[in-house]
Write a protein that binds this ligand. Structure first.
Ligand code: GLN
Length: 198
């Protein structure tokens, strides 16, 4: 089984480790460059993107992350993790950086105050069967995407799931629902990438 890391600087790391194990990956936390070097793929959890950004710089893992993503390592970001994978943030906090990897512009906390947290059924392209239960918590949306970025889902006319090459991102949190189909889709991407490399 592929080894999939979860960036464990801040956020809902444990839930992703459980979801990945349920999707037949060997899941482990990643904080340091040496740990990053040992995984086949990486999940960036939900949490607070400014905090994750600052801790990634502090732990010396920001540049290694950029290098691995650029080199095609499969990566999946949820919520704050989606923000970390954006090439551009519309409204960054000061000092906030991203890893990048997906040609898109994101808007943080986009769904607004009255609607800070909600659940909605989301149809995700590539996932068969029932709609995915989307858990949105102060979620970003994707304001616009480049030509190479595939839109996988929308909610209320806003893009909430995308893929570009080996990078996948959702505004919502499948790791909180017990439905592991999005993680399984990601683990399939990891298998496909390993097959193409060998
Ligand atoms: N609002 C958070 C941010 O901007 C993301 C929230 C989440 O990951 N649930 O980073």
């Amino acid at each position: 089984d592929p080894v999939v890391g979860v960036l464990a600087l801040q956020g809902d790391v444990r839930e992703h480790l459980i979801a990945l194990a349920a999707a037949d990956a060997v899941a482990r936390p990643v904080r340091r460059p040496e740990e990053l070097a040992e995984v086949d793929a990486l999940v960036i959890p939900g949490g607070e993107s400014t905090t994750i950004s600052k801790l990634a710089v502090l732990f010396g893992v920001m540049e290694p992350l950029r290098a691995r993503v650029r080199a095609g390592m499969p990566v999946y970001g949820t919520c704050a993790g989606l923000i970390m994978l954006a090439d551009k943030i519309l409204d960054p906090r000061s000092g906030q950086e991203t890893i990048g990897g997906i040609d898109m512009i994101v808007r943080r906390n986009a769904f607004g105050r009255q609607n800070e947290s909600f659940e909605a059924a989301v149809d995700v392209r590539g996932i068969a069967g029932d709609a995915v239960e989307g858990v949105f918590i102060r979620a970003p949306w994707v304001e616009s995407v480049g030509a190479e970025t595939e839109v996988l889902a929308e909610h209320d006319g806003h893009i909430v799931a995308v893929r570009q090459g080996n990078a996948l991102a959702t505004s919502f949190h499948p790791e909180l629902t017990g439905d592991h189909r999005v993680h399984a889709l990601f683990v399939d991407m990891v298998h496909a990438n390993r097959a193409s490399e060998s």
